[in-house]
Design a protein around this ligand. Structure first.
Ligand SMILES: C[S@@+](CC[C@H](N)C(=O)[O-])C[C@H]1O[C@@H](n2cnc3c(N)ncnc32)[C@H](O)[C@@H]1O
Length: 271
């Protein structure tokens, strides 16, 4: 039976790849490179570099396909994305059936980890549910941009006993989540942190994490927001693309005071 691997390749540094991922790379016959967006060339180059660096004495094929673009005339975000997923599922299904023989292994190399803001798994599940193509699949986890952000800033993501919310710039523009003292923001092309300048927040910002162009900035949000926006704009112009992620958090003293007021003293939470 055909087998597909969804391999998390880490978020930018070829050395983020795991031993498990290297083992999987070495049994794949066909790699499917599906890219989109402004960072397309960079993402493609990293995937090629990973294959060349880690695959030993084995021939493999690469099939490159342009992902379809979302239809901008559909105003509802969820409808637009769902339709786009269906289009992609059709393309992927046809491509797998055409390019992969019954007894072969194929792989999608997924940026970061497949579980986080990536639709490859949803599309593969959609194809499997359709029942027209029989295959099994396995997921190999990768290092996310969130882990890279935490490591490069040398921070823990959660405060003691606190929650962490992972969200998008789109959601953040609606306001900081009341449920968490700490919020990680991805997919923010609009610098949505500017909506929160009145709040007492610190920011840990990282762009091109794990890559040569990496930039790290941190401090009081109200003091460094405009610098981040300027740097972001300039680097995007210079490189033709940018990917950035950030953590927003209440300064430690403020967060701890809130926690004590809540009266929660469960020692198991002190991690
Ligand atoms: C489509 S999501 C993919 C996330 C990916 N699956 C992961 O595990 O990190 C793309 C977003 O991830 C974040 N991102 C991915 N790679 C990054 C990097 N090297 N540096 C900073 N942010 C990154 C950015 O917020 C970007 O908008």
């Amino acid at each position: 039976m055909r087998k597909l691997y969804l391999i998390g390749i880490g978020a930018g540094n070829p050395e983020y790849i795991t031993v498990q991922a290297i083992k999987a790379l070495n049994i794949v016959d066909v790699f499917f490179f599906m890219d989109k967006g402004e960072a397309k060339q960079e993402l493609l180059n990293l995937r090629k570099e990973i294959c060349e660096r880690y695959i030993e004495d084995r021939s493999y094929r690469v099939v490159e396909v342009d992902d379809p673009v979302r239809d901008p005339t559909i105003s509802d975000y969820t409808t637009r994305v769902e339709l786009w997923h269906r289009q992609r599922a059709l393309i992927y299904e046809e491509m797998i059936a055409r390019e992969l023989e019954e007894d072969q292994c194929g792989a999608f190399l997924v940026w970061g980890d497949p579980s986080l803001y990536d639709s490859t798994l949803r599309i593969i599940e959609h194809i499997a549910a359709g029942g027209r193509l029989s295959f099994e699949f396995e997921i190999i986890p990768g290092i996310t941009s969130i882990q890279a952000l935490a490591a490069r800033h040398k921070i823990t993501l959660n405060g003691i006993g606190e929650s962490v919310v992972i969200t998008t710039g789109r959601q953040l523009s609606a306001g900081m989540s009341g449920a968490a003292e700490r919020t990680i923001v991805m997919l923010d092309g609009q610098c949505s942190f500017n909506n929160l300048l009145d709040e007492e927040l610190d920011i840990f910002w990282g762009a091109y994490l794990g890559m040569e162009e990496e930039i790290l900035l941190s401090g009081k949000l109200s003091e460094i927001a405009s610098m981040i926006e300027t740097v972001r704009h300039e680097k995007r112009q210079e490189n033709g693309w940018i990917m950035d992620t950030y953590l927003l958090c209440r300064p430690t003293g403020v967060a701890q005071a809130r926690l004590s007021r809540s009266g929660n003293s469960d020692d198991d939470n002190d991690l």
